[in-house]
Every structure is written in C-alpha cells, then in structure tokens.
Design a protein around this ligand. Sequence first.
Ligand code: NAP
Length: 368
Amino acid sequence: MDEGPLFNRIAVVGVGLIGGSLGLACKRVNACREVVGVSRPQTLSEAVRIGAIDSGVDYPDIADGIAGADAVFLCTPISRILSLIEEVIPHAGAGTLVSDVGSTKAQIVAKAGQIGRADVHFIGGHPMAGSEKSGVTASDPFLFQNAIYVLTPAPGVSESVQERFIAFVRRIGAQPVVMPPETHDRVAAAISHLPQMIATALVGMVGHLDEGDGRFLRLAAGGFRDLTRIASSPYDMWRDICATNGPVLREMIDRYVRCLQELQERIGEDALGEDFGYANRVRGSIPKDSKGFLHALHEILVVAEDRPGVIADIAGALAGEGINLNDIEVLKVREGEGGTLRLGFDTRQAAERAIEILSRKGYSVRWR
Ligand code: NAP
C-alpha cells in the first residue's frame, strides 16, 4: 500500500482542539507534506511549538494562508465557519478541496453551494470525536482514531475527489461515512442534540428541587451522574448547534415528549414492560465502543481492586505479551472496593489471549 502523503499542503483555519488534532494526526501518519495554520498569533505560536502546524498566518492574511493548499479545513465554531466559507472559497485555487468540521451540516453545505464555484470542491465533514477540553493545547494526534467521520459532499462533487478525502479520513485512523447533510443533521439531532437537551433539562429540574433541600443532589450518584454527564458541556458550541439545527431539534424534542407521555400513561400497567423490553434490545444492539465506530471490538470485562497502578498493571501485562489494547473504559467504581474495566481488542484471538494472561495474574475476567 502506498503510504506517501495524500495532500501536499493543507491549511487549517481555527487551530483549536479539532484543528490542532487534525494537524497532529496528519503529521503522525504522513497524510500531507505541510500544514499551514490560520489563527490568532498566540494560538499559532503554541500550535507550532506542539507540532500541529509548520507555519501560520493571522486571519487578515487568510488568503496567503490558503494559497497553494490543496485542502483547506475550516475548524472554527459553526457561526464562524459560515462566514469563512464566503472568504475562503472565492480565494481558493482551482481544484482545492474545502471542508469543515462543524457539528451540523445542512446550513454549511448549503452556504458553500451558494458561493457556486465549480472548480472548488466542498465536502462537509463531522469527525465524531471530541473532548470536554478546548483550544490548541488540548490537541491530540489520536483524537480521530476509530472515530466515525461523517462526510457530506456538496452536490456535484466528483467521485474521485470524494475517494481522495475518504482515503485521507482512513489514513488519520477514522471511519468515513458518507451521507446527505440533512440526514446527518437528523441523526445528530436524535443521538446527540436531543440527549444534550434531556441532560440539561433533567439536571436543571433536579437542581431546582434540590434548592433549599439538599437531599436530591446528595443522593444523585451512579445512574443519575452517568446519564447526565453531558450536562457539563459548555454552552458556546451548543449555541451554534441549536442555531443551525433548530427545526429538526424541536421535532425530536416533540417526539421525545410524546414518548415520555406514553410511558407516563403506562405506569402501573404490564404494557410498560414491553417498552422496557424493546429498549433493552435496542440498547444491546448499539455498537459498544466509546467513539461509536462501526466495527465491533472484541470485549472482555476485568474486575479490579481499587489500588494505585492497577490499570498500569493490566495494560503492562498485555503490552508485555504484545497484545494491542484498542479501547479501555472504567464501567463501575466503588471507592475502596474496586470496579470493572471494559477492555476492547481488534481480534477475537487478542481478546482470548488477554483473558488467559490476566486470569493467570489472578484477575477475574470474562467475555462481555
Ligand atoms: P476550540 O477548541 O474552541 O477551537 C476553535 C478555534 O477556532 C479556536 O481555537 C479559535 O482559535 C478559533 N476561532 C475562530 N473564531 C472563533 C470564535 N468566534 N470563537 C471561538 N473560537 C474561534 O473548538 P473545537 O472543539 O475545536 O471545535 C471546532 C469546531 O469543531 C466546531 O465547529 C465544532 O462544532 C466542531 N466539533 C467539535 C467537537 C468537540 O467535541 N469539541 C467534535 C466534532 C466537531 P483562535 O483563537 O486562534 O482564533
């Protein structure tokens, strides 16, 4: 397989968490020869220092930044991506691939279509990987590893341009999924935007109940904390998501309210058991890896005591035998008692070997 660079020069506009990670990932896997950043000067110096970009220019010089780039990635908040499209597409060289990483797609792809340059190819993108941190200092060369990367080509983008982008996405370790932008926004509204609203509403409701009482939050551990983890998300990114996917999100909230009302009506009836049964089956069929990748990992569960170094002990034992651990998640922790770790492996053989190795070391291990 040819592992030479897929692009000569890429430009990353907005070198934050996603833009910086894109630069680092490109360098790690030799996806391009050169990465040029467009950002504020202090961001650029930090990005050069950590190796996310080779050089950079401030926003007023954006035309210089994208000159000679064969691919331009717009990695700012969505509201800024919308205005950048107007600045970038007219200045891009003929044949340039322009993409973005915004969490909604329909308005962005429509905007690119309005500029109407047939010799500049726009393919919207949404790498479904992130972190609670932001800014270039949080960049991670492995952020896209095994993540779904949705591609939403503008009408008329040729197969060969799409193939090149798909090869790039695979090269940085992600799993490309091509779909129309409207489909992306509908799916994202159901599986990401609605859950954010539910978490925000639920924590808000319990917060109000707790005021002047204190017992609600005191008891809110375990399931409540798991279900509402995303209620800690900063509003900045969500403002843009709500502004650009409002109608679909409202529709999903309506559907959800109807579902809750139906459950409410069935409380105390056996029919409620059917709802639980259906939800159990659907939940069981969701791909189990943490980044939502398509291929199922082979997973095992390890019961580990709560002591310093236990994860290092497990990972070290596997590494010592040349077993590559693809995913790790702490499922349950009881302070002082230990918890359960989920380990994911690419192949069944690797998982079987891991069971052998860890059992020999005295861990309680089973298939998930
Ligand atoms: P981030 O870490 O805050 O980075 C965004 C960068 O954009 C900043 O470092 C900033 O660099 C630049 N920028 C330009 N105009 C800006 C403005 N008006 N406000 C704030 N920053 C501005 O954010 P991110 O997490 O990388 O997100 C970037 C894009 O990726 C968003 O469109 C988001 O929807 C999408 N996305 C995020 C995630 C996630 O989980 N974080 C996942 C997938 C997609 P300068 O200060 O140098 O201008």
